[in-house]
Structures are given as structure tokens and as C-alpha cells.
Design a protein around this ligand. Structure first.
Ligand SMILES: *Cc1c(COP(=O)(O)O)cnc(C)c1O
Length: 493
């Protein structure tokens, strides 16, 4: 039994693939693109809001790392989401999308002093990761009160799910204060006692591969700690609980399994008090909001056979499906095969491997799949790739970032597209490969390098000073590593 939701998703996706080919958004000249189902994204947001309805105030934020494309963030902002950011790049993407400071949550595990200053001075909610960071904020506030909420991230150490690299709450996880370590709970309570401005607890337990009861157990541990802190201090100091994201996605179906309602039911069973309105809740979902609305579509360049193995060579590989290529067992994707006009292919299935364009043997997005016969000029689609796939490009082989389009399908089946990101041009690929410094190494080797490199060879060392000077000097707009919030509040265009 497929649900109406799953049917709508599939029908819209197939209409979009067909229209993308017809309108030549995809073809020999544009051999790989990303497609995003705009109504699907909005439906997921509505579903999330519905699931958490109740007496508690809830701020839903989208984890920008799952899809930091500015128009997508803009769509989410307009649909009522806030935004969780974990790097200066994500912060500036969110600001460019129009989020207000009080709609942001800043969560990086390695925040610099300047990043913290920026967040604190703009009232952005911050979740601190460890006691050193708490001490750093003490110094920055210097006796003043924080203007935005400040939380402490805790690791409930409830254990791993099926994918080690995706499990944030193991005994030895790098995230947050490990609650089950000796003396940790006491130290956390002391930290809150000494800092009246510390008013939130944060736990992000997940993600992909973690069963719901495990995630709920982690959230419950954070809730119980909040209760314990407030009781011990004899005041309601912890007023907010940020329960993170981490809802897994089933990559084998068009259904939402589990859905947000399933997750909330699990949370209600584990920690009923969480929802009674005493705490402001914050969520930070990423994958579950976007995955099912995204598709990567690739032109098939060649088909071949080697040692009895059939291979279809496409343009979608590790550069857009990085996790699937490097961890195929943990991140399998469904594959659809369409003809050159975008019509779903039929016919007797053959066992085939789907390869990408990267120059390493393991660049495969699907292995040993039974699929309709594939021919050059066909289209291969990778489903459920709306989060962490085309938005998290890997620059292997200097392959350009592909164009991404949003789509809507009306009642008559007509498809409308909107650009989300242009394909990266070859000029941009060359520019971000240091083209502005083409002569620099030759100059160094022949001793004709400019005086910048020798003039500052004192205490701080030369290399970083040189890099900074030159990056700022070129002003190409791609040198974002040199633009630290707090020093430059400009939104990077
Ligand atoms: C990655 C991340 C999220 C989002 O996780 P999903 O599994 O995509 O829902 C939320 N919060 C934090 C702190 C994260 O690192």
C-alpha cells in the first residue's frame, strides 16, 4: 500500500524529470543536475509543525548543513523555520536567506573567539560544547548578561546506531559534555549555578541509523538533567531544551518512515513532561526535512561490460553522492532509469553497476542492481538526495558543482522550474584553484617573491600572514575563509 504522499512525490518527480529533459536543463551539455520538490519541502515543514503542536512553545530550526543553498533556506524561513548553523559559512548563508538573528542557533563544536563574539553581540542562541568554551564565554561577557539564549550541549552517551560515523551519543563522542563520565553531572550543575545566563540544555542524538527509542532515551536524559538542575538550584534557570535533529530517513521508499508524529509519540512516552509547556523546545532537523524532496539526475554517457560485469557510466558520482560512494552499505540509494525523453524505462531487468565520472575505481553510486536495460543518452536518477547530497559537493577531479532547480507540478501536470544554484563555470573552478596566485610558487623558487613573505617573519610566523594579505587583496569573493563574522558583518553575496 502506498500512501497519497508517496504517490504525489513519485508522480511529481517523474513529471519533473521529463520536463527537465524536454526543457534541456539536463542533457549532453548539462549532464548532471539536482532537482528539488518545493511542495514536498513545504509539506515536510507543515508535518513537523503539526507533530509538535501543543502547550509547549517550539522553535523549529533547519540544520543548514543538510542543504545550505540560500533559496532553499529562504523557502524554509518563509515556511516558518529557524536555522541551525555550525560554521561562519552556514551563518552567512542563513543571513543571506533573510533569517533574523533570533531565528538562528549557533552550534559548531569548534567556535572561535570571534565567532562567539559575533553570536553573543547579536543575540544569536548559542549552544556551548564544553567547559573550556564556557570559560571563554565568561571572559567575553565579562560580567554582562547574554542577550540571547545560551545552552550547554550534553552527550547522554546512550550508544551508537547502525552507522558509527553518524552516531553522536556514543561513550566517546566528540560532542558535548559526556554526562555519564564520573563527576560530569555535578560539574554541569555547578556550571549552571555559577552562570545565571546559562538557560538551555542541548542534546542532538542521532542520526541516520539510530532507532527512535535510542534517540528518545537521549532526549529524556537531557530533560531529566534540566529538571535536576532547576530543583538543585531552587529556581527555573533552564527554560529551554534544544533536542536537536537526527530523525533517520528510510532510503528504500517514498514514504516518511518514521514520520515526525512517530518521533513525537516516542518522545511523549519517554519524557511526558517535555511537552507540558514549562520548557521552550528547539528542534534542529535536517535530513528528514529535505531528503525525500531531492533527486540527482544524470545523463548516461556510456554503457560497457568488463569481465562479465555491466556498467553504466554517468556524471553523478562521488562529487554529488559522496557518502554513498564511500560507504555504500550505510547509504544505499534508489535508482530510477529513464529514456532520453525522460520516460520511465521498462523491459527485462539486468544486473548493472552505476558508475560516476571520478577517476577512481570505487566511484559507484549503485552496485549489482537489477534495472531495466540502460543505453547511452538515458537518464539515471538517484532518489532521496535532497539533504547532504547535491548541496554538499566534493571537489574531486575538479568536477563543477551542478545546477540545482526547484520544481512545482500543478493539477494538470504542468511543471515549473526555478533556479536554485547555477552550475559552477570552468572559470570559477580555475579561480578557486588559486589562479590568482599562478606565479607565486615560481617567484618563491626563484627568489623573486615580494617582500610580504619576509617582512613579517617574527613571532606569529609568516605563512598565515602572507595568506591573509593575498586573499584579502584579490577580493574575488570566494575567499570566505578570511571573512570572519564579527570582523566583517557583510553578508557574502
Ligand atoms: C547535523 C546536525 C543536525 C541535523 O541532523 P539531521 O540528522 O540532518 O536531522 C542537528 N543538530 C546538530 C547539532 C547537528 O550537528
Amino acid at each position: 500500500m502506498t500512501s497519497g504522499l508517496a504517490n504525489r512525490r513519485r508522480t511529481a518527480r517523474e513529471a519533473a524529470l521529463k520536463a527537465a529533459v524536454a526543457e534541456e536543463l539536463l542533457g549532453p551539455h548539462a549532464p548532471v543536475i539536482g532537482l528539488l520538490d518545493v511542495d514536498g519541502v513545504r509539506a515536510a515543514v507543515a508535518d513537523l509543525h503539526r507533530a509538535f503542536e501543543g502547550p509547549a512553545t517550539v522553535q523549529h530550526t533547519f540544520a543548514a548543513k543538510a542543504c545550505g543553498l540560500v533559496p532553499v533556506l529562504r523557502l524554509l524561513a518563509q515556511a516558518g523555520m529557524g536555522c541551525e548553523v555550525a560554521s561562519p559559512g552556514e551563518l552567512h548563508q542563513a543571513l543571506a536567506a533573510g533569517f533574523d538573528y533570533d531565528q538562528l542557533v549557533f552550534d559548531s563544536p569548534a567556535k572561535t573567539v570571534e565567532e562567539l563574539e559575533f553570536a553573543l553581540s547579536h543575540g544569536i542562541a548559542v549552544n556551548l560544547d564544553n567547559f573550556q568554551e564556557l570559560a571563554r564565554v565568561d571572559r567575553l561577557l565579562d560580567g554582562r548578561d547574554a542577550t540571547g539564549p545560551i545552552g550547554l550541549r550534553v552527550n547522554p552517551q546512550v550508544g551508537a546506531g547502525a552507522i558509527g560515523a553518524m552516531s553522536t551519543a556514543t561513550a566517546t563522542s566528540k560532542f558535548g559534555v559526556a554526562l555519564r563520565d564520573p563527576g560530569a553531572v555535578e560539574a554541569v550543575i555547578e556550571a549552571f549555578a555559577a552562570r545565571p545566563w546559562l538557560d538551555r540544555l542541548h542534546a542532538h542524538v542521532g542520526s541516520q541509523g539510530c532507532p527512535l527509542p535510542l534517540i528518545a532515551q537521549g532526549v529524556r536524559a537531557a530533560y531529566e538533567l534540566a529538571e535536576q538542575i532547576n530543583e538543585t538550584l531552587g529556581r527555573r534557570q533552564v527554560t529551554g531544551l534544544d533536542i536537536g535533529g537526527g530523525l533517520p530517513v528510510d532510503f528504500s521508499t517514498d514514504e516518511d518512515l518514521p514520520g515526525y508524529a512517530d518521533y513525537v509519540a516516542e518522545l511523549r512516552a519517554a519524557a511526558p513532561g517535555l511537552f507540558d509547556g514549562r520548557y521552550t523546545l528547539v528542534t534542529e532537523f535536517g535530513r528528514s526535512l529535505l531528503a525525500k524532496s531531492g533527486t540527482i539526475a544524470s545523463h548516461v554517457e556510456y554503457t560497457k561490460s568488463a569481465g562479465g560485469r555491466d556498467i553504466a557510466v554517468t556524471h553523478a558520482g562521488a562529487q554529488v553522492a559522496t557518502r554513498t560512494v564511500f560507504m555504500p552499505d550505510a547509504w544505499p540509494l534508489r535508482v530510477g532509469v529513464f529514456d532520453a525523453r525522460g520516460q520511465a524505462k521498462q523491459g527485462p531487468e539486468r544486473t548493472v553497476d552505476i558508475a560516476g565520472p571520478c577517476c577512481f575505481a570505487g566511484d559507484l553510486t549503485a552496485v549489482g542492481r537489477d534495472l531495466p536495460p540502460i543505453a547511452p543518452g538515458d537518464v539515471v536518477a538517484l532518489y532521496d538526495t535532497g539533504a547532504y547530497y547535491f548541496s554538499s559537493h566534493f571537489s574531486y577531479n575538479s568536477l563543477p558543482r551542478p545546477a540545482v532547480y526547484g520544481y512545482r507540478v500543478d493539477a494538470e501536470g504542468r511543471v515549473t522550474f526555478a533556479p536554485v544554484r547555477s552550475a559552477q563555470s570552468l572559470r570559477e573552478v580555475v579561480e578557486e584553484s588559486g589562479a590568482a596566485h599562478t606565479e607565486a610558487l615560481l617567484a618563491l623558487a626563484t627568489g623573486t617573491s615580494t617582500s610580504t613573505s619576509t617582512s613579517s617573519s617574527s613571532a606569529t610566523g609568516t605563512s598565515s600572514a602572507t595568506a591573509r594579505t593575498t586573499t584579502t587583496g584579490t577580493g574575488t569573493g570566494t575567499g570566505t575563509e578570511d571573512t570572519v563574522p564579527g570582523r566583517d558583518e557583510q553578508v557574502i553575496a
